[in-house]
Design a protein around this ligand. Sequence first.
Ligand SMILES: Nc1nc2c(c(=O)[nH]1)N[C@H]1C(S)=C(S)[C@@H](COP(=O)(O)OP(=O)(O)OC[C@H]3O[C@@H](n4cnc5c(=O)[nH]c(N)nc54)[C@H](O)[C@@H]3O)O[C@H]1N2
Ligand SMILES: Nc1nc2c(c(=O)[nH]1)N[C@H]1C(S)=C(S)[C@@H](COP(=O)(O)OP(=O)(O)OC[C@H]3O[C@@H](n4cnc5c(=O)[nH]c(N)nc54)[C@H](O)[C@@H]3O)O[C@H]1N2
Ligand code: SF4
Ligand SMILES: [Mo]
Length: 903
Amino acid sequence: MRHDAPLSSAGPVRTTCPYCGVGCGVLALPDGKGGAAVAGDPTHPANLGRLCSKGSALGETLGLGSRVLHPLKRNAAGDYDRVSWDVALDAVADGLKTIIAEHGPEAVAFYLSGQLLTEDYYVANKLMKGFIGSPHVDTNSRLCMSSTVAGQRRVFGSDTVPGSYEDLDCADLIVLVGSNTAWCHPVLFRRIQQNRAERGAKVVVIDPRVTATAEDSDLVLPLKPGSDGALFAGLLVHLTDQGLTDATYLANHTAGFDETLANARAIAPDMAAVASHTGLKLADIAAFYALWAGTPAVVTAWSQGVNQSAQGTDKVAAILHCHLATGRIGRPGGGPFSLTGQPNAMGGREVGGLANMLAAHMNYTPAEIDRVGRFWNAPNMARHEGLKAVAMLDAVAEKRIRALWVMATNPAVSLPRADHVLSALKGLDLFVVSENVISNDTLRGEPDFILPAAAWGEKDGTVTNSERRISRQRAFLALPGEARPDWWIICEVARRLGFAQAFNYPDASEIYVEHATLSAFENEGSRDFDIGAHSMLDRRAYDALNPVQWPVPAGRPLGTPRLFADGNFYTPDRRASLKPLATPALAATVSEEFPLVLNTGRIRDQWHTMTRTGLSPKLGAHISEPSVYVNPADAIRYGLTAGGFARIENGHGAVVLKVALDAGVPQGSLFAPIHWSAETASHARIGAAVQPLCDPFSGQPEMKATPSRILPVAYASRGFVLSRDPAALPAGSWWASVAVEGGQGRLFATDASAEELMAHSRSLFGEDGLVEMIDREAGIYRCAATRDGKLVAALFLGPAARAPLWDTVKAAFADPDFAPQNRLALLAGRRLDGAADPGPVVCACFGVGLNAIRAAFAAGNEVSVEDIGRQLKAGTNCGSCLPELRRIGASERQGASAGEAAA
Ligand SMILES: Nc1nc2c(c(=O)[nH]1)N[C@H]1C(S)=C(S)[C@@H](COP(=O)(O)OP(=O)(O)OC[C@H]3O[C@@H](n4cnc5c(=O)[nH]c(N)nc54)[C@H](O)[C@@H]3O)O[C@H]1N2
Ligand SMILES: Nc1nc2c(c(=O)[nH]1)N[C@H]1C(S)=C(S)[C@@H](COP(=O)(O)OP(=O)(O)OC[C@H]3O[C@@H](n4cnc5c(=O)[nH]c(N)nc54)[C@H](O)[C@@H]3O)O[C@H]1N2
Ligand code: SF4
Ligand SMILES: [Mo]
């Protein structure tokens, strides 16, 4: 519970969602008790009032129960002692000084995050590259956007996203490449669907896996993993052969088209060649090419299916080539569009947070090193590019890097070969982590210091979304405990390293103004990133800043919605530079030993490693367990059963996940979510089983295609436990945590007997107030514990084939008025109010369960998704569940007609 008074009592604070790169505006109204009511900001151009399920549930994530609130120092016994900020900051600075003195500045590194604010990022980058003198600053954006950065820099000469979200409203064709937009950028998906409904725009989805996004589209291209380059090379050939290239644009504004076309012809001379590369049907390829060729207002949007590839940079370039060849760029409704992942992945790129950029979209050229050095008045400029994330952690393992400061990212989960990463972290001479939470997998890497960082709602600064729109994040809660903003922590260390003058910022606004000034410094139109109009902002103007798209050069305070329609790029000759694709468009190589391709990605209602969304019961209800999604034919082939368990292994690491059958997953492939960690599940940290293979240009790891094998795993029994605090399970059990109303849930599977679970429960919950039932022969044990008339715990165990369901018990656990005399009825698994069990939640916003939705559809053949919305409210807030509602409706109708046929 927060004790501080809310910061504002004068109505909601305008801020920005801390999750995805859509960058939705949020209105947060503090409740005075540490929480806040959250709503979409109708005036924010990114979302116009909408929020998705994750944004809508932000209020459920503001609790302080999991927060780190004081600086902590590791002692000789391996425990943590609370220390003052002065002690912690002095020690961090001394530790850095010692290592720099002994091993040189390149022995220290920062690993940052697209979840830092621009101001945090700016000072971290400045300290390392200008003052410590090490180039080793990289960020989790390396795992996220770096192939797009490399592709855009190669072709445009700058890391520029040319378009605007408005283009999604007025395009006639939207092509989504390697993007599960329905789940990962839900508010943009709603905009796209609105365009489709109102203007008839067509949507094409290119993804080996048929996703929720594909369900609301006009054409689905389930290509072989990794073959996007060939598909777009073929499109370039097709456009040329159809005479649809824009000769004037090509002649005036591009270079390298002929070689690029020759290369495309070598890869994909005709559609038959494309079919053999991609595994797609000729008719589908022809339909796609005809649509693209015939629709000038086309947006090609992409995310991780393109970026996280061993050929990611080439995939990006192949898409850009097609837009440039037709001059379809920078025009309303037309252009290539990278959908960024994190809320401030773009801001991080702007300050130079990637190891191969310097600052403000400047690079490691002698002239730019000199320019940035003069601007910063920097004593120790780094002079060459630094190590990229995967290589940085290898350097840590090899002790070339001896001090690492991790901020706002959880690399022990999210980097490839995560087990190796965790052991590398443990070997550091100095390991510092700035975090919001007291416990995550990276903190198991034994940091010397854990520094409590301010979290969303407490910090002030700016973020940039996918469409280059800079928005303010504003604080609406007081800082809890001794938490401090990330920029403050960095500046305090800088001061102790002897750089007080250069890091003397009273607040975030002065950092932003310096960043804006640098962006305009000796720029004169030579660099895309120019927000010079903001170099004059005072604190009040900064606080009042409205969302605006960069460039915002002096004299253009309203910003720039689109770039490149004029054909002026940021290469030396101002022409876009087309180049042959260097890496062949190959699918991942499987073998007899590892015959399957492991694809990893996101689910609708969780954010990354779940340190925040994992706190929300609403969000935990949609998909509660880590599963591997397998094609039904592969399930038969490998002896897997739906609802059973399977082990995935590949020489890098292994996980054990529940098995879910999914006809949308192609044969030969597996899909697993990235969200579960050692904190939230026993065996589901998928990063451990991801290969460290990287794109040769961007250094971005291939996280979508690790050759692997899968084996069934059997447990004798399954069950669940609900308790106020997380409950341990017998050794060897499989479990996954789920946030539930009033406490913690764990779904588990075990070989322990009913008898053993009884002993375990008694030791966990005590025998006082415990009612139990056991059937040793049937392997059933159930108990409910009450204390002071309240239900405080329940544990149900049953044979694996008939796992007990928990919806009823969960409802009782959440009920503050639960009457202890109902414990026996509860053990029977009956609902106490006699109502029907709602089943697993489909609509997170209104908590509408599957059974209720099925029943409503079953009421008549004509029931539409809109009717469901009117009756149950399901799907009427964020709309993230609409594809699922449509699928349930279709399967109910199918079931009904099958029933009629049988009768
Ligand atoms: N719910 C939710 N939303 C999020 C996030 C989250 O954690 N949860 N994270 C945010 C972040 S940081 C990011 S980066 C974005 C990511 O957003 P997305 O990129 O949309 O998400 P992913 O699920 O990682 O991957 C997208 C798709 O790529 C497909 N794919 C795999 N291999 C290939 C291939 O070779 N070619 C093609 N064309 N497709 C392929 C996968 O099957 C998958 O469906 O989401 C953001 N939004
Ligand atoms: N296998 C596989 N791996 C992947 C991906 C994939 O698709 N497949 N996707 C990759 C991508 S695209 C991404 S973006 C990464 C994301 O991976 P991570 O960045 O590792 O995941 P998060 O859970 O977002 O970690 C953020 C951490 O920072 C903390 N935090 C949040 N806000 C703040 C703050 O303001 N200050 C500080 N100091 N700490 C804060 C949170 O508590 C949390 O511990 O995962 C990558 N890894
Ligand atoms: S789409 Fe959802 S997660 Fe993304 S910014 Fe908007 S509300 Fe946040
Ligand atoms: Mo990301």
